[in-house]
Design a protein. Structure first.
Length: 294
């Protein structure tokens, strides 16, 4: 497997990362053992997780637990930013490891790990992963309402009967009412006509589309891809979403209705020129869906 072409995935359990890497040759995901140890021990310190895994690996080996022999090594990015070999397990190995961890989080983790993707969001996220390789990505109208509908239809087709369709009901969230249905068509037309030559113009267009909230569900995930396509076409940039903290983003978006300064700052500081980078796209999908988790 060539690391340059490897699909990288980041899953989140209780706001903690579980990194994974796709093995094309064997058609399966490998998951970071240190991340799983950190999740199950509620520990963020890399060194402590590594030391604990050394201890646990020896104990499991002495106890004859097969999970140790199933451990592989692949390169993942370490806290110092360098790609380093680290222990990984496939799905069966992850479940076996969790079962042998001496704490009470194992059952909750196994439930999330085995069934977390068997949901509308999980299935939609799988669709989002394939979008990078899909011919649709090149045919999407950039910056238009139709283009936004195309993205939404792809992400949620077969999952919602309203996939790709502009809502016909009024919706609200956290006490805020989005654009009324009676004026939604005109609102969307006005947004489509907004200029997108500069970063500020593009960010303003993104904020206004969020306020419009044209779909009953899936607006955030859809508009973030829509935003990246505009940035790519106009500025040859996209957002490295992994550099934007979930709670800072949600707070800035909430405030953007009255003041877009905060969200513009977050987006601008996270811009990258890696517009055709597969890993950047996959990572962006991971974080985009993470933002929507309760």
């Amino acid at each position: 497997m060539t690391m340059d072409m490897a699909k990288i995935s980041i899953r989140f359990f209780n706001d903690r990362e579980v990194r994974a890497i796709w093995d094309e040759e064997n058609s399966k995901w490998w998951f970071s053992v240190l991340d799983i140890v950190g999740v199950l021990n509620t520990q963020d310190d890399y060194t402590r997780n590594r030391n604990y895994w050394k201890y646990l690996k020896t104990k499991l080996k002495n106890d004859g637990v097969e999970v140790v022999s199933a451990t592989n090594q692949l390169k993942l990015r370490a806290p110092d930013g360098k790609m380093r070999l680290t222990d990984v397990l496939d799905a069966a190995g992850v479940v076996e490891l969790a079962k042998n961890m001496p704490n009470n989080k194992a059952s909750q983790f196994i439930e999330w790990f085995l069934y977390g993707d068997d949901t509308i969001d999980g299935k939609s996220k799988a669709k989002a992963y394939t979008l990078f390789e899909s011919s649709l990505l090149e045919s999407i109208e950039v910056g238009t309402v139709k283009g936004l509908q195309q993205i939404h239809a792809y992400l949620f087709g077969g999952l919602y009967d309203f996939a790709g369709k502009v809502r016909t009901v009024n919706i609200s969230k956290g006490g805020f009412t989005f654009a009324p249905v009676a004026y939604l068509a005109q609102t969307l037309d006005n947004i489509e006509q907004m200029p997108e030559s500069t970063f500020d113009e593009i960010a303003d267009k993104y904020v206004e589309m969020n306020v419009a909230h044209p779909f009953r569900e899936g607006n955030g995930r859809t508009t973030r891809i829509w935003l990246d396509l505009i940035l790519k076409k106009r500025l040859r940039r996209c957002v490295d979403w992994s550099r934007i903290d979930k709670y800072a983003y949600l707070s800035a978006m909430e405030k953007s209705v009255a003041d877009s300064t905060g969200i513009k700052k977050l987006l601008k500081e996270a811009l990258t020129d890696k517009v055709n980078d597969r890993k950047m796209f996959m990572k962006g999908i991971d974080y985009s869906y993470y933002y929507e988790e309760a």
